[in-house]
Every structure is written in structure tokens, then in C-alpha cells.
Design a protein. Structure first.
Length: 312
């Protein structure tokens, strides 16, 4: 047998190595994404699972891990007997219902006006968007001065208009939540406008030209062209605005501290109170999961409704 034949025979019987080129490339890929995956597990997944575990326990934070006491579903049962939590839930629903539709309606109307050949429309875009990028604490401090019961410009104007006893706003149980809703709408309006304007720029101008030739008015074009074609944009803003409204915290913390008499308390603020002021981490975790389920339910309903509109 020749030497070359022996070499080929020997090479054919050699065992194949495990670290093939494909496996080495796969390993390199996993090593590149490992920091991101580990970070996600540590920062997101572990706290999520740990909070689910804590929601089934009674734990005073200052007592250490040894103070964890498993109580099952008692925290969730207690939540719906807690009048303060039910009031916070009611306030949160009122806040969402009172801000999300109003902000979206004003946003789409103002966007349509600015999208037309409006003079100095760049100025108006910037002017409306600036509150959104400003610090929430700074905005709250300005509005706190505006809402002053006796010396604030808001009540001064109302008294000049003939209102003898204007609302006391942030210190009035009937108006504290409404006052915060007004600030929230004013701050978020610029963001909504920018997103709606981005959606309007993608609508072909030929549709408006054809509608104008057919004699459609500006309002008719808005109803039959602009609004239907802004469906995906409206859906996106409805989802993000709803989630954002349920997460409102910093403005309430700075302006009212949940008062007066819990009239402006919302779920996130109560989670903060129970977890980091009363150190009842199990109870606070249960509230967090109820809030998560509410947001998921609202998002799912909105998603299903949007899909049905698309299919029909």
C-alpha cells in the first residue's frame, strides 16, 4: 500500500473534534451577548421574580431576610379590604380616564393645525415640546406657585373674572387630583403632538388633493383621511399614555404627598409609602403585582380592540 493511501486511511479514522468552526462562532456570539443577558437577568428578571415571591410573604425590610414570613395570598385578600388602596385605585382610574383621552384629543387637533401651512410652526413645535423635556420637579414647583390659593396667578385671574371663591387647588380634597391632571396634560401634550405630527407626515398629500377636488372640507378631510390613517399612531400613544398615567408618582410626591386626606393618592405612591416608609415589602409587592395585572389587562383590551378594527 502506498504512503498516500495510508495517510488517507489514517485521516479518515481520526475522531472529529467537538469545537468545529460553527460551534466556535456560536460560542463567540454568546460571549458577546453574555453581559447584556446577565445584566437583564440581574436587573430585570430577578427583581421581578423576587417581588412575586415577596407578595406572598410578610416582611419588614429592616428585619433582614430572616424576617420573611410566608403568608400565601393574605396580602392580596387584604388589599381589597384596604380602603386606602381602593381609594388609590379609584384615583388612578379617574386620573387615567381624565388625562389620556383629553391629551390625545388636544394632541391630534393641535397637530393637525400645526401640520397645515401655519406661520412659525417650528416655534409652536418647540414651545409645546419644551415642558415634556423639562424636569418634573421644576414644573411642579412652578405650578405650585401658580396654584397658590390667595396669591397665585390662576386664582387671581379667576377672581378678576368674577369667581368670588376660586378653588384652593392642591390643598382642596375636591380639586387636588384635578389640579395634578391639568399639569400632567400640559406636560405630556408636546410629546403627543410630536408623535402625531410624525404620523401625519407619512400620509400622502395626494389623498388631500383628491379630497379637495371632490369638494371635501377641511374638517371632512380630517375625519375621513387623517384620523383613520393615524390609527397605528393613536394605538401606540393610547398604550404608552395609559401605562404612563398609572405610573404617576414624582409630581404627586412633590405637590401633595398624596393628600389632602388621601385625595390625590395613587397606587404607585401608596406602594412607595408601604414599602419605603412603613417597610411592609410584602404588602407593597402585592400592590405592585395588582398594578401590573391592571396595566396588562388594559393593554390587552386596547390591543384586541385595535386588531378587530384592522380586520373589519
Amino acid at each position: 500500500m502506498s504512503e498516500s493511501a495510508i495517510t488517507r486511511k489514517t485521516a479518515g479514522t481520526e475522531p472529529k473534534t467537538y469545537w468545529t468552526r460553527k460551534r466556535r462562532e456560536q460560542l463567540a456570539g454568546w460571549l458577546f451577548i453574555a453581559p447584556e443577558v446577565i445584566g437583564m437577568l440581574v436587573i430585570a428578571v430577578f427583581p421581578l421574580l423576587f417581588s412575586l415571591f415577596l407578595s406572598l410573604t410578610e416582611w419588614n425590610l429592616v428585619g433582614g431576610l430572616s424576617a420573611i414570613n410566608f403568608v400565601g395570598l393574605d396580602n392580596f385578600i387584604e388589599l381589597f379590604r384596604d380602603n386606602r388602596f381602593l381609594l388609590a385605585l379609584k384615583n388612578n382610574v379617574l386620573f387615567t380616564v381624565g388625562t389620556v383621552p383629553v391629551t390625545m384629543l388636544l394632541g391630534v387637533v393641535l397637530s393637525a393645525l400645526i401640520h397645515k401651512k401655519l406661520y412659525a410652526k417650528t416655534f409652536f413645535k418647540v414651545a409645546f415640546f419644551v415642558p415634556y423635556i423639562c424636569s418634573t420637579v421644576a414644573i411642579a414647583a412652578v405650578w405650585q406657585a401658580l396654584y397658590h390659593p390667595s396669591k397665585g396667578p390662576v386664582n387671581q385671574i379667576l377672581m378678576q373674572l368674577g369667581v368670588s371663591e376660586p378653588p384652593r387647588w392642591l390643598v382642596d380634597t375636591s380639586f387636588s387630583l384635578i389640579a395634578i391632571m391639568i399639569i400632567y396634560v400640559w406636560q405630556l401634550l408636546g410629546y403627543q403632538m410630536i408623535i402625531f405630527l410624525a404620523g401625519m407626515t407619512n400620509i400622502p398629500e395626494e389623498l388631500y388633493e383628491a379630497a379637495t377636488i371632490d369638494g371635501a372640507s377641511g374638517i371632512g378631510q380630517f375625519r375621513r383621511i387623517t384620523l383613520p390613517l393615524l390609527g397605528p399612531t393613536t394605538f401606540f400613544l393610547a398604550i404608552t399614555s395609559t401605562i404612563s398615567s398609572f405610573k404617576i408618582f414624582d409630581m404627586i410626591k412633590f405637590l401633595t404627598g398624596g393628600g389632602p386626606n388621601y385625595s390625590s393618592t395613587v397606587i404607585v405612591y401608596q406602594i412607595y409609602e408601604e414599602g419605603f416608609e412603613r417597610f411592609k415589602m410584602g404588602y407593597a409587592s402585592a400592590m405592585s403585582w395588582v398594578l401590573f395585572l391592571i396595566i396588562m389587562l388594559v393593554t390587552s383590551i386596547t390591543w384586541i380592540t385595535q386588531n378587530r378594527k384592522v380586520h373589519y
